[in-house]
Design a binder for this molecule. Sequence first.
Ligand code: TXA
Ligand code: MG
Length: 336
Amino acid sequence: MDTKIIYDINDTTLTEAAQTIRSGGLVAFPTETVYGLGGNALDPTAANKIYKAKGRPSNNPLIIHLARPEDAESYCHTNETYYKLAERFMPGPLTVILPKRDIVPYEVTGGLDTVAVRVPSDRVAHRFIELAGVPVAAPSANLSTKPSPTMAGHVIRDLSGSIDMIIAGDDCDIGVESTIITLSPVPKLLRPGLVTVEELREICPDIEISDAVLNQHQGRPESPGMMYKHYSPRANVVLLRGADEARQAFLADKSECGMLCYDEDTELLKNRYALAVGSKDSPKEQARNLFAKLREFDDIEDIKTIYAPMTASDGIGLAVLNRLIRAAGFEILDLD
Ligand code: TXA
Ligand code: MG
């Protein structure tokens, strides 16, 4: 299939992209979190095309993207908490799971009776969804198991030839996917993101945190996506738990390995295969760079292992750690 890549983004080209969605095609588009692979959320055939293009199991449900929080009324059974969350965090990087209405096909929800809704704040995403005139089902626009795409080039590499169109916009500002909270039946964090647990607690004081956020899940987790291998570059990722000095000492003679470092690791960064993910003090910066750096290691032919630090687990740090632990397939080496 010929994939049309749109570099010149304006109302004319976005109208063409919107038309492609309405006629059952697939369009990748930028959002503030990561690039999404969109299709008409009311069309079971479009949903199946999405699973196929990504190589994703069809029991791993898709998020429905809307232009406005109140549009959720047509697709799920909302409640007071939803509107409180919407008022504070939408448009923005928050996804809320609620009981679905019949109009949403089971192909989109992976067979579940709930549906995930999100209202992106990114200007291009918003205009594209508004012009589509239908809800847009969109997972991250990467091949399944690969790090999520934060730059147009990542999407072009993974999906050109297998989808209709790519809107090649700017790099994504946030860099990790939206925070996911389910309200069905009680508030529970399923995936951490830029909207933190601490912030969500101000609206849902008794919010629980799913075990699957930091642990390998036994059986079927609340969020099917947590079950699968994820965010993995070609080389094997290993997390190092311990003080910075212990990590620096451990890596001193590992110059043939990949190393994901903080900006502050100045000595380590002299190594050939060392890449900086951002300042140790800025989880926000780490979130923005994480997936792009993991993908950069794929371009280095000979590395077999990538060592990375265990990052902080509070605030936005939890989002970074959640992705890193999965990228490492839960492989953690204790240095202390
Ligand atoms: O930031 C984002 O959320 C990006 C952009 C494109 O909007 N999208 C994204 O979609 O990350 P995806 O498909 O890569 O991740 C969606 C996650 C999956 O882990 C899926 O299992 C979970 O949301 N999910 C979706 N619907 C669900 C539901 N009804 N119940 C539980 N988990 C659900
Ligand atoms: Mg994804």
